[in-house]
Design a protein around this ligand. Structure first.
Ligand SMILES: Cc1cc2nc3c(=O)[nH]c(=O)nc-3n(C[C@H](O)[C@H](O)[C@H](O)COP(=O)(O)O)c2cc1C
Length: 336
């Protein structure tokens, strides 16, 4: 399997900053990203590392403004921070530093030694976290865990709106179903999605294999062909509606006060921190971003969940079956 997960290696305390930062990158690359595009690049310098958007990996149909791309990069940034804190180091992070380069999203250097380490559980959750698209068990997420996730998002400047009301949930289910129909009716959306679905046996270390969609990996090429060729919108819509109504103990929207690159990065950092917190507690999550991605439905979702800001992500939380990890490119491949 072409994964490059590092879990047990010890931090190179004696190495210069550059070596330390490079070591930490092996955790950043395990972050989630839209279609597993891994749209990040890192430029290592003697005393800092730059996080850059890799727009050659953009998804122009589903994400025309590179909003989810920036969220994915924000998630990688948070993974980096969680890893550093595990080794007793704070990171000094400048978001969108003054630069002529619009792809430069963050400049990061090693900061102080910290004794109040972030929970080691978050760090050990990095290789355990998965996007789990299966129907979840009926077991509820404990209130204390939900409260913790809300507080974590707030600390990072992001609001986590919990959808608890049954009518609200049904309305969200309808919006997701409507968005599925809109997206799958668009052959450009299907072609883009299909181009990121491939078998694990292929040499590429990005994209999603069939098992991410609950089909055997060997059927991945067929899955891609089917996605590209047929409008399965109605079936997908029905499946998602059922998942929301019966198989999603908690639904939540990540919302930001503004809709710009800084806030997208903040949403990504909060996403990562919440997902790691859930994974550390044995819970899992998957995405239902469709009504945010379909521009005409975003205001409706906003109204439905009484969101005062800009909805960035819609997720379901719960407990599900275990899944294999998805592939990643190596650190060497994401260095500029
Ligand atoms: C910003 C963002 C948007 C995503 N949108 C979706 C989505 O709409 N539907 C979905 O099934 N997965 C979505 N994902 C999950 C990715 O497909 C997943 O992270 C990737 O395939 C890697 O798998 P992993 O999370 O299990 O490591 C999204 C992830 C991110 C970070």
């Amino acid at each position: 399997m072409s994964t490059h997960f590092v879990t047990n290696t010890e931090f190179p305390f004696e190495a210069p900053q550059k070596g330390q930062l490079r070591f930490l990158l092996s955790f950043a690359i395990q972050a989630p990203s839209g279609h597993n595009t891994q749209p990040w690049l890192f430029r290592l310098n003697e005393d800092h590392v730059d996080l850059l958007a890799d727009r050659t990996r953009a998804l122009p149909v589903v994400d025309p403004y590179d909003r989810e791309l920036a969220i994915s990069c924000g998630a990688a940034l948070d993974h980096l921070e969680v890893a550093a804190r595990n080794y007793g180091r704070e990171l000094s992070i400048e978001i969108c530093p003054e630069s002529a380069d619009a792809d430069l999203l963050a400049r990061i250097s090693m900061g102080n030694v910290v004794t109040d380490e972030l929970s080691n559980d978050l760090f050990t959750a990095i290789p355990k976290r998965r996007t789990n698209r299966t129907q979840f068990e009926g077991k509820q997420i404990p209130d204390a865990l939900v409260d913790r996730c809300e507080a974590i998002a707030t600390d990072l400047g992001v609001e986590l709106i919990l959808i608890k009301d049954r009518i609200e949930r049904l309305n969200v289910a309808e919006l997701v179903a409507e968005a599925d129909r809109v997206q799958f009716a668009d052959h450009r959306f299907r072609r883009e999605l299909a181009s990121w679905v491939h078998s694990r046996r292929r040499s590429s270390q990005d994209g999603m294999s069939g098992d991410a969609f609950g089909m055997p990996d060997m059927l991945s090429p067929i899955g891609a062909l089917v996605i590209r060729t047929f409008d399965m919108g109605k079936g997908i819509a029905a499946g998602d509606r059922k998942k929301i109504v019966d198989g999603s103990p908690m639904l939540a929207v990540f919302s930001t006060s503004n809709d710009d690159v800084r806030h997208w990065i903040a949403a990504g950092r909060a996403l990562s921190r919440v997902l790691l917190t859930l994974a550390a507690a044995g819970a899992t999550a998957s995405y239902l971003n469709q009504p945010i991605e379909v521009e005409s439905l975003r205001p409706q979702l906003r109204e439905t969940v009484s969101c005062e800001g800009s909805p960035q992500l819609l997720l379901r939380f719960g407990y599900g079956t275990s899944l294999p990890p998805s592939v990643r490119r190596s650190v060497d491949e994401v260095l500029v």
